[in-house]
Design a protein around this ligand. Structure first.
Ligand SMILES: *[C@@H]1O[C@H](CO)[C@@H](O)[C@H](O)[C@H]1NC(C)=O
Ligand SMILES: *[C@@H]1O[C@H](CO)[C@@H](O)[C@H](O)[C@H]1NC(C)=O
Ligand SMILES: *[C@@H]1O[C@H](CO)[C@@H](O)[C@H](O)[C@H]1NC(C)=O
Ligand SMILES: *[C@@H]1O[C@H](CO)[C@@H](O)[C@H](O)[C@H]1NC(C)=O
Ligand SMILES: *[C@@H]1O[C@H](CO)[C@@H](O)[C@H](O)[C@H]1NC(C)=O
Ligand SMILES: *[C@@H]1O[C@H](CO)[C@@H](O)[C@H](O)[C@H]1NC(C)=O
Ligand SMILES: *[C@@H]1O[C@H](CO)[C@@H](O)[C@H](O)[C@H]1NC(C)=O
Ligand SMILES: *[C@@H]1O[C@H](CO)[C@@H](O)[C@H](O)[C@H]1NC(C)=O
Ligand SMILES: *[C@@H]1O[C@H](CO)[C@@H](O)[C@H](O)[C@H]1NC(C)=O
Length: 671
């Protein structure tokens, strides 16, 4: 980016800055989203955005159930404490509920208003709206479009609309059949919800067409004054219960009205300014190709490195780009919807002044501390880097996209802090650390990963990669999938981290040839050959990771007693050729696994690690295979051999011979 571009960027940032503080005055709020954009919405749980359409639950009947919530980012004022007026509101949205497997339904979706913008409810019959263990904890007013009869919540049928306040026991319900509507027909349905505070009436209309019917399906006499607070968020949630129901929202408009204008002109002017959302599209410049030398700095994020989001960019760009341009002071802008800015004081306090007793890891880009936030009682991981401010713009640009990613198997960025010449990143704390630590810990330690944990890791990782490759707005190629970059949360769910090397791609664009880093043993042959990262190179790395998980062996291991390096893929393939693939299973599991699952995982690992990239499955297919929705791929007895136009520049032994460890990162010089 040139300085002029930077200026434009700064102007955007400052605009954004001022648009953020919540409304000053009660005022009609109105928005119309003919299609969706991540910048207006917070996606929680399994929700995702694809081609402008919101998906609330996972497309696949993954073994576990799914719940997702989408919240409009800007808070909306429903009550004016100065005049004691409660707003009326009206909303219209089109949705589709369909089913991949028509025999398994539900549960349905809801439109809700809630004072809370962070809570995700449970999957199953809870519609992503309430927590299964604390049924009345979440505060909300909701209209549910329920496709399953939960007798527990006194549901009248598996095709009803209900009005709920802070509980899934609906205050009033109506069967959608009354208006000849089948919620799960797969057809697009438009819903209108109108609440008139002066009449104390809420009405819900449904139609297959986009014309609002005369007669409401559901009409409730209710005074919502006690529930509509000053600060509320609006959104949708949905859940499934081990089923494949899809919940899509296609478009949405919403407005509040009913406040009397009581203020002077000047302040009204102020309000109209702040009610305009300015969400700049942050320009992301691709400087990777221009100066390969700088890339060297971005390489080699190994060890217990904590998922630094795009810090690679931050590091190498800082070298030159901004030398001549040091005037930027106003970087306190909030570029992102979800993650927030922390103050340096806050982080210092939470880490006991960055005390050495709080260090939980070191990475190439800084030290990772465990942080306790006393006020909220939460724990986080704080990554501290002491690079200069110069590359921040690039950093923020990349960050703004990566931070918009939401998936339950990603390490979530909570926020950042740029102050006192330091850059700090705050992440969810992962109590079990990285997968490689758990997988290769000294024997005798208690929490060895059991088979169900391992299988769960394979499914979780497949799920997040499907999301990165296919389901988010811009395709993300992670490029550095390895056990060291996979963290485990408190429930042993896999969480993918370290997007330092990730590359965003617009769908339908051919992969850009870039010199890249990764870790030997996880790299697909064509990647080593051409340095080209694609979806399929990620699939290869995934294959290696699941083989590691199944076998408990590193991708490249020295053969006991000899100097020979053994490649895990070759080793497993060898056993497969001899018809003894099951022998590859981790001995430390002591046979405590389901043989069929183990065999399937090993074969799946081989098909993903097929040297021929065209033979590798997509991550979506992998996920389907793991959830028994698709047939496994047959794996040839002998490992296919590939010939490139010229030989590999380096053999495995060249690279490994002078290092004890298998974690060898390639530098571009070596390629
Ligand atoms: C709003 O209600 C509060 C308490 O309920 C009362 O003290 C205040 O005078 C009311 N304001 C107006 C403008 O009616
Ligand atoms: C429900 O609440 C419990 C206890 O606060 C919490 O541990 C759990 O994560 C919550 N579940 C969901 C789905 O948020
Ligand atoms: C609704 O209830 C509130 C108190 O919760 C009351 O002040 C208000 O007058 C009621 N609205 C109407 C229209 O009766
Ligand atoms: C919303 O989407 C549905 C389905 O795509 C379409 O039929 C409807 O016309 C759209 N409504 C508006 C207002 O764009
Ligand atoms: C708010 O909307 C209502 C109904 O659309 C309208 O009558 C009123 O004038 C609007 N108020 C303001 C301040 O724009
Ligand atoms: C509001 O605007 C009107 C005309 O636009 C003007 O006559 C009036 O003086 C203004 N009132 C205030 C308080 O500024
Ligand atoms: C907008 O409001 C601020 C205080 O919030 C005030 O200082 C400023 O003068 C107002 N702007 C206009 C144009 O009246
Ligand atoms: C949503 O985001 C887009 C792109 O940033 C922006 O142009 C639009 O104004 C936003 N819309 C609303 C209703 O916030
Ligand atoms: C939730 O709302 C608070 C303010 O009410 C805001 O600071 C925070 O960033 C919001 N969180 C999300 C995830 O939008």
């Amino acid at each position: 980016m040139r300085p002029r571009k930077l200026l434009v960027f700064l102007v955007f940032l400052s605009l954004f800055c001022f648009s953020d503080p919540p409304f000053v005055l009660a005022q009609n709020v109105s928005f119309d989203l003919p299609s969706f954009n991540v910048r207006n919405l917070t996606l929680l749980g399994d929700s995702y955005l694809r081609k402008g359409v919101l998906g609330l639950t996972r497309e696949l009947g993954v073994p576990s159930s799914s719940a997702g919530t989408v919240i409009y980012n800007n808070p909306i004022k429903f009550f004016d404490p100065e005049t004691n007026l409660t707003a009326s509101f009206s909303t219209r949205f089109s949705f589709t509920i369909s089913n991949v497997n028509p025999t398994s339904y539900g549960d349905g979706l809801s439109f809700f208003l809630s004072p809370d913008n962070r809570t995700l409810g449970s999957p199953g019959g809870y519609l992503g709206l309430v927590n299964s263990s604390q049924l009345t904890k979440n505060k909300f007013v909701a209209v549910e479009f329920d496709t399953r009869q939960d007798l527990h919540f006194k549901d009248p049928s598996d095709n009803h609309v209900g009005f709920d306040i802070e509980s899934l026991n609906s205050i009033r319900t109506a069967d959608a059949k009354l208006q000849e509507i089948d919620l799960k027909s797969g057809n697009s349905i438009t819903a209108w919800i109108d609440y008139k505070n002066d009449q104390e009436k809420l009405k819900v209309f449904l139609s297959y067409s986009s014309l609002k019917p005369q007669k409401p399906l559901l009409s409730v006499d209710i005074n919502l004054s006690g529930y509509l607070r000053e600060v509320m968020y609006v959104g949708f949630s949905a859940s499934t219960d081990g089923s494949t129901e899809l919940h899509l929202i296609e478009n949405w408009s919403f407005s509040t009205f009913g406040f009397s204008p009581v203020r002077s002109n000047s302040s009204l002017h102020n309000v109209s300014d702040s009610s305009v959302t300015v969400s700049p599209r942050i320009p992301v410049s691709d400087s990777t190709n221009k100066n390969p030398k700088r890339l060297a700095l971005g390489l080699g994020i190994a060890g217990p490195a904590f998922f630094c989001v795009a810090l690679a960019l931050f590091g190498y760009v800082s070298l030159r780009k901004w030398r001549s341009f040091r005037t930027q002071k106003s970087f306190k802008a909030e570029v992102l919807a979800g993650p927030r800015e922390f103050t340096y004081r806050e982080l210092k306090l939470a880490t006991k002044g960055f005390h050495s007793s709080r260090i939980i890891g070191h990475g190439a880009f800084g030290t990772v501390y465990k942080a306790f936030f006393i006020t909220s009682g939460t724990i986080a991981a704080v990554k501290r880097s002491k690079h200069s401010h110069e590359g921040k713009t690039e950093f923020l640009a990349e960050l703004s996209i990566i931070a918009c990613l939401r998936h339950k198997n990603l390490v979530q960025l909570q926020g950042w802090c740029v102050e006192k010449g330091e850059l700090l990143l705050v992440y969810d704390f992962m109590p079990y650390g990285s997968l490689d630590k758990l997988l290769y810990q000294e024997s005798g330690q208690s929490n060895l990963l059991n088979w169900s944990h391992r299988h769960n890791v394979a499914v979780g990782l497949a799920s997040v990669l499907t999301y990165l490759h296919r389901e988010c707005e811009q395709q993300v190629i992670h490029r550095d999938i390895k056990t060291g970059n996979i963290l485990l949360d408190g429930n042993f769910n896999a969480r993918l981290g370290d997007f330092g090397l990730a590359k965003l791609m617009d769908h339908d664009k051919s992969p850009v040839s870039t010199l890249t880093a990764g870790t030997m043993g996880y790299l697909a042959p064509e990647y080593l050959q051409y340095g080209k990262a694609t979806e399929k190179t990620d699939v290869f790395s995934y294959g290696v990771v699941i083989l590691e998980v199944a076998c408990g062996r590193r991708p490249i291991e020295r053969e006991a007693g000899t100097q020979k390096m053994v490649n895990l893929v070759d080793w497993v393939w060898g056993l497969h050729s001899e018809g003894m693939i099951i022998e590859a299973a981790d001995k430390r599991l002591k046979g405590e696994f389901k043989e069929e699952e183990m065999r399937k995982l090993l074969l799946l690992g081989l098909s993903c690690a097929n040297p021929d990239s065209t033979e590798r499955p997509s991550m979506r297919r992998v996920l389907q295979i793991l959830s028994n929705e698709s047939e496994p791929i047959s794996v040839p007895r002998n490992k296919p051999s590939l010939t490139f136009s010229c030989g590999l520049p380096l053999t495995l032994d060249d690279i490994v011979s002078d290092e004890e460890e298998c974690n060898i990162t390639l530098s571009p010089q070596m390629l």
